[in-house]
Write a protein that binds this ligand. Structure first.
Ligand code: NAD
Length: 365
């Protein structure tokens, strides 16, 4: 006679012979510290981060901050977030009394980052903030200072700084495999849709394509060339003045010069699709990546052949690495701290100034 015990024994036996996924076989068991994170602004990117964090060992989504009560309810059931770790923007400051949350990850529209980072720091929480870190260098400097004063870490969501093919190109450059670096080209853009979205609202976005997608070319120039630029020139073009209102840039081309004599040429746009390409040229070799900053898989080759490093979800890797930085003081190969975000903001200020004046603007990073 088949008993319930027989049935359970059969289930248990069949479970034993099921093949385990390769990651389960290779990944060592982790029983170290875990960074407990609350996400603020439960939109498109927050959802991507939350989904990616399901596979993290060192970082765990434990809290949420939203102005929409329904979203908080949904996130509680979708991600197993306890109600006591949920806040709206009015109750957020109470997070200071919550010992179960270590860090707040800010994924709201750009213009909100500054005040929200200051609030999170004042509440004694580490802060992860999406790019662009703020609207300008003045705000950025205030955020860096506030986090320093509060004794919390400030990290910016530069997920490409942990991407394996990107890191391989950086390794090759550092080891001299491309020779002296002479030129970089960074092309970043997409055709933006809905004209009513916050990305096309100057008050919320702080600008246009440069703040949103051009920042990948700015930041990428710096980590691909491996030097800080000392001047920038820039030109803006606008084909649609209705969609791209005053202060919302559609397309900007910008050029950098470096102390070594290397130069860079970049394009940021909201009007062209399939524009996601990096090209680095040195005296002895080159690297080209396309796509270069999208969610991947990143593809690329160098003068030595294809880049074959495996793809992993960027946001998962980023959260694992950021947990290590905050909890264990790990030093990333390319920095992701507030100072790094501030350098990009100084460049953004300089690009907008160069567009306005038509002049070459010196940079002192
Ligand atoms: P989104 O519009 O999908 O989400 C923004 C969220 O903020 C929404 O849930 C919205 O309700 C909330 N919000 C709170 N206060 C708001 C206000 N006053 N006005 C409007 N919305 C408000 O946008 P997103 O694509 O998730 O972008 C959010 C941030 O993440 C931006 O800074 C963006 O640059 C950044 N981002 C980064 C990446 C990356 O790859 N690192 C990708 C996408 C977006």
């Amino acid at each position: 006679m088949n008993t319930r015990r027989d049935f359970l024994q059969k289930v248990a036996a069949s479970a034993l012979i099921l093949p385990l996924p390769s990651w389960a076989l290779s990944a060592p068991k982790y029983d170290g510290p875990v960074l407990r994170v609350a996400l603020m602004g439960l939109g498109g990117y927050a959802t991507r981060v939350a989904d990616a964090m399901r596979d993290c060992k060192k970082a765990k989504l434990v809290g949420a901050i939203s102005g929409t009560p329904d979203k908080l309810t949904n996130w509680q059931s979708k991600y197993g977030i306890p109600e006591k770790n949920c806040y709206n923007y009015q109750t957020f400051s109470n997070i200071r009394n919550n010992p179960d949350i270590d860090a707040v990850y800010i994924t709201t529209p750009n213009s909100l980052h500054h005040s929200q980072v200051l609030q999170a720091a004042a509440a004694g929480k580490h802060v992860l903030c999406e790019k662009p870190m703020a609207l300008n260098a003045k705000e950025g400097a205030e955020m860096v200072a506030a986090c320093k004063k509060a004794g919390v870490k400030l990290l910016v969501g530069y997920r490409m700084h942990f991407e394996p093919k990107t890191l391989e190109v950086i390794r090759m450059r550092n080891s001299g495999e491309f020779g002296k670096i002479l030129f970089f080209q960074g092309l970043c853009g997409f055709r933006i849709g809905d004209p009513t979205q916050w990305r096309l609202n100057r008050e919320l976005a702080g600008g246009g394509s440069l703040m949103d997608i051009g920042i990948y070319a700015i930041n990428g120039t710096r980590y691909m060339v491996g030097e800080e630029p000392v001047w920038v020139t820039a030109q803006e073009t606008k084909t649609d003045k209705v969609k791209f209102k005053e202060g919302v840039d559609e397309t900007i081309q910008f050029q950098f010069g470096f102390p070594s004599g290397a130069v860079a040429s970049c394009l940021s746009t909201y009007s062209m699709n399939n524009l996601d390409r990096f090209f680095l040229n040195g005296e002895k070799g080159f690297a080209e990546m396309q796509p270069s900053t999208g969610y991947g898989p990143i593809k690329g080759r160098t003068n030595k052949g294809e880049l074959t490093q495996p793809h992993a979800t960027h946001q998962m890797v980023q959260m694992e690495e950021m947990a290590d930085i905050i909890l264990n003081g790990k030093q990333p190969i390319v920095p992701v701290d507030g100072e790094e975000g501030l350098k990009d903001l100084k460049i953004i200020d300089a690009i907008y100034l160069a567009v306005k004046t038509g002049k070459k603007v010196p940079l002192n990073l």
